[in-house]
Design a protein around this ligand. Structure first.
Ligand code: HEC
Length: 199
C-alpha cells in the first residue's frame, strides 16, 4: 500500500472514531474533541486527495566529459539538463499538455535548424513568432523565453549544445552537434573560469 493510501485509510478511521464519539458519548468535552477530530481528519483527507506535483531534481548536474563518445551520449546529457538545470520542462512540454503555456517542443529539432535553435535559446527576442494565443489580429510580443546562457539558468555553451543535441535526437533527426565541439566549448569555459583565480 502506498504511503498516501495508508494516510487516507488512517484519516478515514479517525473520522469514524469521531463520528462514534458524537453518536454515543454524551459528555460535552469529549463531544467537542470528537468534532475537532472529524474536522481535522476531513481536512487531511482533502489535502491527501490533491495530486502531488513531483518537484524537479536539484539544479546541479555534473557530466563526465570522458564518458561522452557518441552524439547519442550528448543527447542523453542534454535530456538530463533539459529536465534539471536547464529548467526547460518548467515551461515546455514534449508532446501536447493541457496546462501548457509555452510552445510544445515535440519535433522542434526537425522544425528548426541547429543555428536557429541556438538563437532561440540565447537570444529569444531575435525572432519571435506572432503571439500564438492572441485573439483578434496577431501582434508582436516580448519574448517570455529566458536567455538560457544568462542568470538565473546560465547554461554553458557546452551544455546548450547538448540540449540542442537532445532536441534533435528526440525529433528523430541526426544529431548535428559534434562531440569535439562540446569538448572544446567546455574546455574554453573551464579555462575562462580558472585563469582569473589562477593568475
Ligand atoms: C520561463 C519559461 C521558459 C523556460 C524556462 C524555457 N522556455 Fe523555451 N520558450 C518559452 C516561450 C514562452 C517561448 C515562445 C517564444 C517566446 O515567447 O519567447 C519559448 C520558445 C522556445 C523555442 C522556440 C520554439 C519555436 O517553435 O520557435 C525553443 C527551441 C525553446 N523555447 C527551447 C527551450 C529550452 C531548450 C529550454 C531550456 C534550456 C527552454 N526553452 C526554457 C518559455 C520558456
Amino acid at each position: 500500500m502506498s504511503e498516501v493510501a495508508f494516510l487516507q485509510l488512517l484519516s478515514l478511521g479517525v473520522v469514524g472514531v469521531g463520528i462514534v464519539i458524537l453518536l454515543f458519548i454524551r459528555a460535552l468535552f469529549v463531544r467537542v474533541v470528537g468534532f475537532v477530530v472529524i474536522v481535522l481528519a476531513a481536512f487531511t483527507l482533502i489535502s491527501l486527495g490533491v495530486p502531488q506535483v513531483p518537484s524537479l531534481p536539484p539544479a546541479v548536474e555534473q557530466f563526465d566529459l570522458a564518458k561522452i563518445k557518441t552524439p547519442t551520449d550528448l543527447a542523453a546529457i542534454g535530456q538530463k539538463i533539459f529536465f534539471s538545470k536547464g529548467q526547460c520542462s518548467l515551461c515546455h512540454s514534449i508532446g501536447p499538455r493541457a496546462a501548457a503555456r509555452c510552445p510544445d517542443l515535440k519535433g522542434v529539432g526537425a522544425k528548426l535548424t541547429r543555428e536557429f535553435l541556438f538563437e532561440s535559446l540565447t537570444d529569444p527576442q531575435a525572432y519571435i513568432s506572432l503571439d500564438y494565443r492572441h485573439e483578434g489580429l496577431p501582434k508582436q510580443y516580448p519574448a517570455h523565453m529566458p536567455a538560457i546562457h544568462r542568470n538565473p539558468i546560465a547554461l554553458t555553451k557546452g551544455e546548450i549544445l547538448t540540449v540542442i543535441a537532445f532536441l534533435q535526437h528526440m525529433s528523430g533527426e541526426p544529431v548535428g552537434v559534434k562531440v569535439q565541439e562540446v569538448m572544446d566549448a567546455s574546455e574554453a569555459v573551464e579555462v575562462a573560469s580558472v585563469s582569473p583565480a589562477g593568475s
